[in-house]
Design a protein around this ligand. Structure first.
Ligand code: ZN
Length: 396
């Protein structure tokens, strides 16, 4: 009823929506695109109070959006362009466009209206649009003088005032990414110790306990270790492993060690990972203890985040996942490995002969992708930060 009622105002086929109750619920939902709804609000065809009465709690926010996209402005041309770019976007998607537009710092190379036109052209799930929009606005903000200082003004710790039915309170805190990563990374390490001692603890519970136990000392960002990524040059072919070293055949018929190849390609570096554009990280060392660490470094830099579509777990908090399961004869070599978060590692359909439930991760040329259980096309994790992953860097 909720949606058929609303369809009266926003859809031209309102009578149809009413004619067959229920059956046209889907078309009523489809009519709930951002632009027609905002236009109906702006022209008064639909009333915000009535919408709130129907239980839409975002109605107030939609009214504000209606004012932006249909209200008076000195930038009518850009406003029109934004509306036409937003054709087909959902209300939630336009909401995240606006949320990210508000994050544009003054002094950026684009105006808020130019930014809206750009962001309204994004497509994908609401989460994907949110991430892509945040990455674009971030890129513009980086060009602003004193950007870090201005953004630091947005630091906060909010909430903690409302008690829920269990007698619990919730607070959220916001701060610069490097500081947050260092702080949460430290908590994560302590939480893992706690979970080893008590496996019944959930990750979230353990993080809370770690915080209470004196938690992370906020000492400031950790110094990053540069991990230089180089793709195998055309003139070198992977030949064999020899003890700790990888041997490459050169096109002139000679051979070269991995260390020599790195020295030839690079001058001074921190950690160097050699990546094959198709098969991923090249296993450079065999010695067991070191190999584990090196594999983790190669795998983490390869993917940056868990490769499951939409996942935001950083590789540093992921587990090493066998793409072909150990039980299925999959080996612990770098080509058969990927980082995956605990959730997506556990949910992966390891047995290719069992009925598909959640789909599986598989290595394809260019990186690890997800094969959905319905046999549909493969999907990658398109989070913008993955453009900095080793595989993206060498394949672009
Ligand atoms: Zn994941």
């Amino acid at each position: 009823m909720l949606s058929t009622g609303l369809a009266v105002g926003v859809s031209t086929c309102a009578c149809r929506a009413f004619s067959v109750r229920g059956m046209n619920l889907m078309s009523a939902f489809e009519a709930l695109r951002a632009i027609p709804v905002l236009e109906a609000l702006a022209t008064g065809t639909v009333d915000v109070v009535a919408l709130s009465g129907l239980g839409f709690r975002d109605a107030g926010a939609w009214q504000k959006l209606a004012g932006i996209y249909f209200g008076p402005t000195r930038h009518r041309k850009l406003q029109r362009a934004a509306r036409s770019a937003a054709e087909g976007l959902s209300l939630d998607a336009l909401g995240v466009v606006e949320k990210n537009t508000r994050r544009l710092l003054s002094g950026a190379a684009v105006s808020p209206w130019e930014l809206r036109v750009e962001l309204c052209a994004l497509r994908g799930t609401v989460a994907e649009i949110d991430q892509a929009a945040a990455a674009r606005v971030r890129a513009y903000n980086r060009g602003v003088e004193d950007a870090e200082k201005k953004a630091y003004g947005g630091r906060s710790l909010k909430g903690g005032k409302n008690t829920d039915a269990w007698g619990l309170r919730t607070a959220t805190f916001t701060g610069p990414e490097h500081l947050m990563a260092a702080f949460l990374g430290d908590l994560h390490t302590k939480a893992q110790e706690l979970r080893r001692a008590d496996p019944r603890l959930s990750y979230e519970q353990a993080m809370f306990d770690a915080l209470l136990a004196g938690g992370a000392g906020v000492t400031g960002p950790v110094t990053p270790v540069p991990h230089v990524v180089i793709g195998l040059p055309d003139y070198a072919k992977l030949l064999r492993q020899e003890g700790d070293e990888t041997i490459f055949a050169l096109t002139d018929g000679t051979t070269i060690t991995g260390a020599e190849l790195v020295a030839r390609e690079m001058a001074t570096v921190g950690v160097v990972g050699l990546y094959d554009p198709v098969s991923g990280g090249v296993n450079m060392y065999r010695e067991e203890r070191v190999a584990t660490w090196k594999q983790r470094m190669l795998l983490a830099a390869e993917t940056i985040l868990c490769p499951h579509p939409g996942c935001t777990t950083p590789a540093s908090q992921c587990q090493v996942h066998h793409l072909i399961a150990w039980e299925q004869g999959g080996e612990t070599n770098i080509e058969n490995l990927s980082m995956a978060c605990a959730v997506h590692n556990a949910r992966n359909d390891d047995d290719p002969n069992a009925p598909p439930r959640n789909g599986r991760l598989e290595r394809r040329p260019g990186g690890v992708v997800h094969l959905p259980p319905d046999g549909g096309p493969t999907r990658s994790n398109i989070h913008p930060i993955r453009q900095l992953s080793a595989m993206a860097l060498i394949n672009n």
